[in-house]
Ligand binder design. Structure first.
Ligand code: ATP
Ligand code: MG
Length: 297
């Protein structure tokens, strides 16, 4: 294993993370090395931090409006998500869920409203600045470095992680849990789709996120693969004390993982609260769930 600092190897890396100095190079690792440096084989169970633990106030979105020219996507959207908490965001196609994530992470400027991280106003800051502060998003599609091997993908992500000489150690249990170890030398776009998607999540995780915004993490995964998302979310909450926002159409997954959900529909927040309660509301069923149930059949 070699550790070395250096300059970014490609623009691709800088674009993906928006981050600064590489901290280590694990590109020469072989699969056999992994057990040595990764520590425990199983994901360790630690206590999920709460806001009272001094982890800050998480992410707060206040009165956000977003329009593209004459197209008003949504207005007056507010939510908070605390460290260690998981918030689900659901709604029909085109409701603005991805746009909301884009605004929250700084990829898009809101037309009105504020985004606060740990009570600091980060509205309109560019994504490289918010990601440096620990607000990290994943994408609906896969987001790996397609022509690089799995090992090189992880190595690049670790190099650009926020501070973490131990980033690799923190994410390594996921490499194992998702069964990626045998594929370390395989080019990422040659992986089965489900593994590409999990690799994408691992890369996101290497950034030691404080707030993770997951855009349809289960999309494209087979039903039997979806529990990996549960493992992932559990891990980031415990390992990083992450506040997690999950946009999803898989209602089973949402019910399992999200103690609180928000429904976006027709440019506004239609409902927010406990999933059992919200998902049984007639207006929510009429606006959205009927369509989801049809799709699931
Ligand atoms: N950059 C953009 N420029 C113009 N319109 C946009 C842009 N991004 C999104 N939109 C529009 O905003 C609306 C909301 O899109 P968005 O992708 O946020 O929906 P979504 O809820 O994520 O849908 P899905 O469930 O299909 O992923 C759509 O009408 C879309 O066409
Ligand atoms: Mg979307």
């Amino acid at each position: 294993m070699s550790f070395a600092s250096g300059s970014p190897k490609s623009e691709e890396v800088a674009d993906w993370t928006g981050r600064g100095t590489p901290v280590c190079d694990l590109g020469s690792l072989s699969p056999g090395d992994l057990h040595g440096v990764m520590g425990p084989r199983n994901i360790e169970r630690t206590t999920v931090p709460s806001p009272e633990d001094g982890m800050g106030a998480g992410l707060r979105v206040e009165g956000i409006r977003k329009s593209f020219g004459g197209l008003h996507v949504f207005s007056d959207v507010s939510f908070t998500v605390a460290p260690g908490e998981v918030l689900g965001i659901i709604g029909p196609n085109g409701a603005g869920k991805t746009t909301l994530i884009n605004v929250a992470c700084g990829m898009l400027r809101p037309s009105a409203g504020r985004v606060l991280l740990e009570d600091e106003d980060i509205t309109g800051r560019p994504i490289h600045a918010t990601s440096r502060r620990g607000v990290i998003r994943s994408f609906q599609q896969t987001n790996t470095f397609r022509n690089a091997t799995v090992r090189e993908n992880i190595s690049r992500a670790v190099r650009f992680s926020r501070s973490e000489s131990n980033a690799w150690k923190k994410i390594s249990p996921l490499v194992e849990a998702f069964g990626l170890e045998p594929y370390l030398a395989v080019q990422s776009d040659k992986l089965p789709y489900g593994l590409q998607k999990m690799l994408g999540l691992i890369l996101v995780c290497a950034a030691s996120p404080k707030v993770l915004l997951l855009d349809e993490p289960a999309a494209g995964l087979e039903r039997r693969e979806r529990p990996r998302i549960d493992v992932f979310v559990d891990h980031v909450r415990r390992e990083f004390g992450c506040a997690v926002v999950i946009v999803e159409h898989d209602m089973e997954l949402v019910r399992r993982l999200c103690p609180r959900i928000l429904v976006l529909d027709s440019g506004r927040v239609l409902a927010e609260g406990d999933p059992a309660e919200v998902l049984s509301r007639k207006d929510v069923i009429d606006a959205y769930l009927g369509a989801v149930d049809e799709e699931a059949r």
